[in-house]
Design a protein around this ligand. Sequence first.
Ligand SMILES: C[S@@+](CC[C@H](N)C(=O)[O-])C[C@H]1O[C@@H](n2cnc3c(N)ncnc32)[C@H](O)[C@@H]1O
Length: 238
Amino acid sequence: MAEKKKTNRPLQGMFSAVPRRYDIINRLFTLRLDERWRRMAAEKILEGGPAAALDICAGTGDLALALDALARGVTAVFGADFSMPMLAEARRKADRAGSAARFVAADAGELPFRDGAFGAVGIAFGFRNLTYRNPGRERYLAEVMRVLAPGGRFVIVESSQPRSRVVRALAHLYVRAAVSLVGGLISGERGAYRYLAHSAVNFPGPDDVAALLRGAGFGRVEYRRLMLGAAAIHVAYR
Ligand SMILES: C[S@@+](CC[C@H](N)C(=O)[O-])C[C@H]1O[C@@H](n2cnc3c(N)ncnc32)[C@H](O)[C@@H]1O
C-alpha cells in the first residue's frame, strides 16, 4: 500500500494546519457528543461483522480507533486521509491506545484498495468536505462504491439541519459564534474554522443527502437524526 505524495489542494493545506487542537476544539463545541455519535456510527459499521472496514477522511483517527476497539479483532480496520499531520496524530493515538487500526495516506477519490475490499466504509464529519460545493463529489462517491463489496454499507455521521426553524436558527448562530469565531481564535486558523462553519450552516438536510447517495447509485438509504437534527447518521447500501 504505497503512501501517496502530497498534493496542493486547499482543503488539504487547511486540515494540515489544525491537527493539534482539532480534537480539543471538537470536544468543546459538541460537548463531547461527537464521541457518542462516532461510537453510534461505529456500531452501524460493524453490524454483521465485516471482515474489513475503512474510515475515510479519518483525520486524527477517532472513528477508526472506535471501530478497532469495538471490533475486538473480528474486523480489520483501516483509516485513510490525505493530510500527513492529521495521520501522524492518528498514528500517535493508535500507538498510545495499542490499537491495530492502520492508517494510510490517500485521497478519498483515489483509494489504494482493490474493488470490493471492504464490507463497510465510514466517514465522520468529512462528508461535508467531500460533497459541499466540491466539484469532485461524484468521483468520491464512485470511489466509495468501488471499494465496497456488494451489499456493503456506507455509514456517514455528519452535521445536519434541524427540522424546526427556531432550532435551526439557534444552531446556526451557535456554529457561527462558537465554531467560526472561537475555533478560529483557539486554533489560530481562522480561515479553516470559517470554512467549517460556513459549510455546516449551508449543508443540505438529511433528505437531500439521501437523494445525493441514491443518485450516486446506492440502493437503500436510511438516516437517523441526532440531537434535534443538529447531526445525522446516514446508512447507504451498495
Ligand atoms: C473535519 S475532519 C474529520 C476528521 C475525523 N474523521 C473526525 O471524525 O474528526 C475532515 C478530514 O477529512 C480530510 N479530507 C478532506 N478531504 C479529503 C480528501 N479528498 N481525501 C482524503 N482526506 C480528506 C481532512 O484532511 C480532515 O482530516
